[in-house]
Design a protein. Structure first.
Length: 392
């Protein structure tokens, strides 16, 4: 195992009707003028936004609102939020929604607490020295942004999608009511389950430092999400399954399943970022579409981990060579993706890139990771292009 730091300061309030506690939590963390940041109409249609504002009104907490956060959240809205907060003297942010609203709120917080262009952090030109405090009311179990240190923003100019991680970007609190996820379309639920699993798998397929206890936590989380994703496919209103998936989403991306290893691989995410930036696809679906091609490209370089995954997570038979077992594990995960109506290649994702677009994505991906990256196998631009081509 390797030395590690584990830091998860977010206060979690989990269960039914917990959104009613939002005013008390904001006061606990010193908020006096709030920006409520949210996405599309679902937060309004469900009545959640009104319940939140009614609660703040009753508590005498002043607020302004900014909607419009979209999947693959845009830098332009981040700039708008920064200017609004400066004008209104906002001192606390409240993200109501899923990863898009949360990531956008994190970026707004960075922009308020630091001089200069907030995109510099996502473009790896400098590091943030702070972030305006913020809390979360989670409505989608997927990104884990409600407890993580990371956020992902898309710059409209050039369609560049980049992530930035900093402990300053961890929420002060996360309100997590599984009932709030019951209005999600089935496709978004499945995308969320896929993203949760991928956050765990990115940390699992590594070349060193793996701990038995960390592996057991990761494998148990993966089996739990796999099981409950199927339950939600057939019974979307199942509260217990919603709760299992929601809590798994937080544990998958708060650092727990990476304790002791080399930090993870993350190349499937980096490859998908270019898909999301160029084609604006749902993140979870993009991950499912690219993962099998990545796995087949790298598994021989990380064979013990792929065999362990096949046996302990996908529960394939322990017969044949290690390579045969590993390949059956990859196939079994793709079968699972199909069972919850997730794509396993770009064609099924609805994307038909040209040769020029494939080359552009590989080039942008290589630039985004500083030339090469990976743990299961270090990938350069030529490798990235080969994976994109294999996924068509």
């Amino acid at each position: 195992m390797f030395d590690f730091k584990y830091f998860t300061p977010t206060k979690v309030v989990f269960g039914k009707n917990t959104e009613s506690k939002v005013a008390d939590l904001i006061k606990e963390f010193g908020g006096t003028k709030i920006l409520i940041h949210y996405g599309g109409g679902s937060v309004v249609r469900s009545g959640l936004l009104k319940r939140v504002t009614d609660t703040l009104d009753a508590a005498g907490i002043s607020y302004v609102t900014l909607g419009g956060a979209v999947p693959n959240p845009h830098l332009g809205l981040v700039y708008e939020g920064i200017e609004l907060c400066k004008k209104e003297n906002v001192d606390f942010l409240l993200a109501v929604g899923g990863g898009s609203a949360i990531d956008s709120a994190k970026a707004i917080g960075y922009g308020l607490a630091n001089e200069g262009d907030v995109w510099d952090f996502y473009d790896y030109k400098r590091k943030a020295t702070g972030c305006v405090p913020f809390g979360v009311i989670l409505t989608i179990a997927a990104t884990g942004s409600e407890m993580s240190d990371s956020s992902v923003i898309t710059k409209e100019e050039g369609l560049v999608k980049r992530g930035y991680s900093s402990d300053f970007g961890r929420p002060k609190f996360a309100i997590m009511n599984p009932e709030l996820t019951m209005t999600l379309p089935d496709y978004q639920t499945a995308c969320g389950c896929t993203d949760i699993m991928m956050h765990t798998m990115e940390r699992y397929f590594t070349q060193g430092g793996n701990m038995e206890i960390t592996d057991a936590l990761a494998e148990g989380l993966l089996r739990t999400v796999k099981k409950n994703a199927v339950i939600l496919r057939d019974d979307p209103k199942n509260y217990d399954a919603r709760a299992e998936v929601m809590w798994a989403g937080s544990l998958a991306h708060n650092g727990l399943t990476g304790c002791g290893n080399d930090g993870g691989d993350w190349m499937t995410h980096k490859l998908e970022h270019e898909l999301g930036g160029l084609y604006d696809v749902a993140h979870g679906a993009g991950l499912a579409a690219i993962w099998g091609s990545w796995a087949r490209y790298v598994y021989k370089n990380c064979l013990p981990r792929f065999k362990k995954f096949a046996l302990n997570v996908m529960e394939v038979e322990n017969t044949g060579t290690d390579e045969e077992i590993a390949l059956r594990g990859i196939e079994a995960l793709e079968d699972f993706y199909r069972s919850i109506n997730m794509p396993t290649n770009l064609r099924e994702l609805g994307v038909n890139p040209t040769e020029e677009e494939l080359a552009l994505m590989a080039k942008k991906c290589a630039i985004g990771v500083g030339g090469e990256m990976g743990s299961a196998r270090v990938l350069n631009e030529a490798d990235m292009l080969a994976i994109y081509k294999a996924s068509v």
